[in-house]
Design a protein around this ligand. Sequence first.
Ligand code: NDP
Length: 618
Amino acid sequence: MSMYSLHECPPVTPERMEELHAKYLRERDRRIKKDFNDQYVPADGKWKDIYEVDPYTPVAPREPITGETDVVILGAGYCGMMVAIQLKKAGISNFYNVDHGGNFGGTWYWNRYPGIQCDNDSLVYMPLLEETDYMPSKKFADGYEIHDHCQKIADTFELRDNALFHTLINSLVWDEKLSRWHVGTNRGDDIKARFVVLAMGPLNKPKLPGIPGINDFKGKIFHTARWDYDYTGGEWRNPALTKLADKKVAIIGTGATAVQVVPYLAKHAGQTYVIQRTPSTIDLRNNQPIDPDWYKSQKPGWQQERIANFHHAAMERLAPKEPDLVVDIWTEISRNVNAELEAEGWPDISPEEFVKRRTLWDYRVMERLRDRCNVVKDPATAEALKPYYRYLCKRPASNDDFYPAFNQDNVTLIDVAETQGVERLTEKGFVHNGVEYEIDCLILASGYEVTNDLDRRWGIDTIQGANGLSIYDYWRDGYQTFQGMTANNFPNMFFTGFTQAAANASNSKTFVDQGFHIGYIASEALKRGAVRVEPSAGAQDAYIKHLRSIAVDNSEYTNECTPSYFNNEGDTKKKRSIFGEPWGEGYYAFEAMLKKWRDEGELKGLTLTTAQEVEPAE
Ligand code: NDP
């Protein structure tokens, strides 16, 4: 009996593959906008409230803080929390988690739209399940459950006393004399921090679609990252949107967020227009409760094992005979390749042959996913919903109610691919193919500033390192880091996420590991009496040179994708990718390299400076 459940997909002949490939390129070409990332409108000026205002928790007044601390962690979402926990484990407890939101959770604090769930296996995605003794209720947990689990993490690891909520950092300036960072905020703080960790995650700042006339629309408008339940009715934990019953609503976008929202609009709104530029891939969700008996039977260490297995299947390669523990859309291609190899008696195949097989399965899986659209009765709508691109060009989604919604009379698909977006907004609604559609409410599911220039994406006016150097200038042509986490000229500053490090298929795993590494460096620096730690220019250059020598070039794949934040909206000249410059040998090889570096105990490549060296005694 097979150890893999092969997912049936239509066969794809070489001729069909060629035909599809040509169509993929046509679908890409007709969508690429000349202004790429710049098409989007930032959430500032007239739109600043979309980003700045917290609709969920009242802001409590407080006095500005001007004292000293060991560490300021920018962020109290998954990343900020994981860093905080690791700092504590490394013996540093004098820090602040500074966050714009009113509680822990980051994206899971802000995003409360109806239908919100994680799209990844909860058992992989939700961090520290063993440490917090927590069993997620189902395979894809609801947003509020993840938010609540964040609170549990904060309580378990006693993070609350260190939190500074409703505080937006707007400047970080290195003070050479003090050997500290001045952390300036919108609350008038000037905190002098020994170290700063940037832990804002990739999806911190919403962006608006660039539509002519966006300032003209007079109806209700909000972004999914700040859902307005006062307007729609219902609430986060019970999203019965009763106040929309007599409303005409349009939602812009059909990305991972909109796919979750649309079924709720279809159920409650008088009329829903789903404005789609590029369709998502939407598999069956089949969201099942977690079996408590199975959960209890797991041996210590099970979560790390599952995370590694998911990472292999989703981003690298399932080893021969390695089981697929997660079994969902994210792992389907790997699973099917292995099922095939198993049936052939595990032949020893070359890397080229592996890529060939993966590619074929990519086309086959996409055919299967396109077939799913045929549940929509209107053939033109069904066709417009079909995604024509390689499987990982957009984030894969799963939902059982999205396609059936288009069989309802009150739901209309507005396909704006041909006009590269919504033609125009007016005072009363939107224009499509020369027809004005009047609406009461426009919901923006238009995503985040993930790949825009860093100053726009981070929203921090000033980040000034040694000799007044701005990080935005320093990194204008790409990241320059040592191990992805420190940078020459930016002493005592740590970076997280997709820089020049390695990406795990589970972000939360990356954040735990980066927090550990940062905790190690910061605590070692303190133990060794250093007030300043920074990679030398030589070590940084050598690191980058090596990183580039082992880089894997995926540009052919990404350049052939329809535009999105995954490929800088099709801007092939832009150097910074959403994934940064990942370690080409893979995530666990990167982790092994860091471990070896730590085990050597020399902090090789970093320059440590003591207080005496900064200001020699007279
Ligand atoms: P995306 O950036 O993925 O999608 C934005 C949508 O807006 C796209 O469909 C885009 O179309 C559309 N759009 C933008 N401008 C226009 C325009 N002018 N006219 C018409 N349409 C327009 O944002 P999401 O919020 O959906 O998702 C962002 C990320 O959030 C995901 O990739 C994922 O990482 C995360 N997420 C995670 C979830 C989870 O389960 N953990 C759930 C939901 C989101 P086009 O594609 O053509 O650009």
